[in-house]
Design a protein around this ligand. Sequence first.
Ligand SMILES: C[S@@+](CC[C@H](N)C(=O)[O-])C[C@H]1O[C@@H](n2cnc3c(N)ncnc32)[C@H](O)[C@@H]1O
Length: 361
Amino acid sequence: MDIIFETMQGLEDVAAEEVDALVGVLPHAVASGRLVAAVPSAAPLLEPLGAGVRCSDRFGVLLADTGAATLADAKEVAAGIRVERFLSSEQSFGVRYTRRGEHDFNRQDLGAAVGAGILQRFRERGGPVPAVDLDTADVIVRAELFDTQLLLWVDAVGDRDLSYRPYREYAHMASMRPMAANLLLRLAGWRRDTDLSGWQLIDPFCGSATILIEAMSIAATAERSPDAGHLAHGVERFPGHVHGAVGNIGRAGMTNHVVVHSGLAEETHELLPARVDGDERDRLVVTNPPFGRRVASPRQVDAIYRGAAESWARADVRRVVTLAERAASMTESLTAAGFEITRASEAIYGATPITVFVAER
Ligand SMILES: C[S@@+](CC[C@H](N)C(=O)[O-])C[C@H]1O[C@@H](n2cnc3c(N)ncnc32)[C@H](O)[C@@H]1O
């Protein structure tokens, strides 16, 4: 049986490593942003995966990974899979659909074709057919067509994906999905099975504090957490976002673990409290800076990246994990500040092509 995972395109290896650490099976990428793990039986793994997965937004049982060029192909594939193992005629089902590439039909058409194929299969087998319910289905079937690759799977998570967090009442206009925050943190080495006590975490463009809250919730269950009284530090330029971040931090129960400074990332070295004697923790920046689309122009963003990287070097930051649409600008900024880039992965953030960086000093 195959379990499929949906993660961020470009960081599949990071998500795969998390699955391996959780259940001892290393999945491989079958498509951009999709991983598959072959397991003798999926059932015993679904609960630990549901409780532990942070680097994928959803997972489920793969029913088909095959070629399909037309809607008729998609319907035929759906009619040929043994969906009755996961869907009984007393249940309702709904098809959720995604499409990438050039097709002469839209994704709703794809969903309808797959739904029709499933109904055809039940009719051909005789007896009652399951009801179609597009809103509150008992069973969600996912149909994904990437060029001519068709993936069909039964969703084990539901419509509310694993990035849902009740604390996120303050909806920052460019907030990061918790899944992406967790991928960056894992890339940075911030994992519950490592010793986090030697690190101090900083997000100098913290917005609504997603990265900081996710980090401290990992730390709360880590084998060696940061010391009592350890604070992760955020910096944010706009007071409205600072206020929103403080609200989210409070709702997440992290008030004693995360502090947000009002100010500029370019002043990180001045905003962080002076190190007390004996504090030998290495400083780690994990951050999602502005891309220069909403708040600043691309040229302003270049200056912000330069100033911020310079300030992180002055704050003696050892490692930076970040992402940028303007990859050359981030590369130049980190390099000029004395960081060595150890990983630069092309990825897709939402629908935006970006580069994810790991840099050390
Ligand atoms: C992409 S958003 C970060 C979103 C955040 N990860 C979240 O989940 O809410 C970038 C943030 O950087 C802030 N910002 C822009 N320029 C800044 C600067 N020079 N110094 C500090 N913060 C800045 C913006 O106000 C915005 O909140």
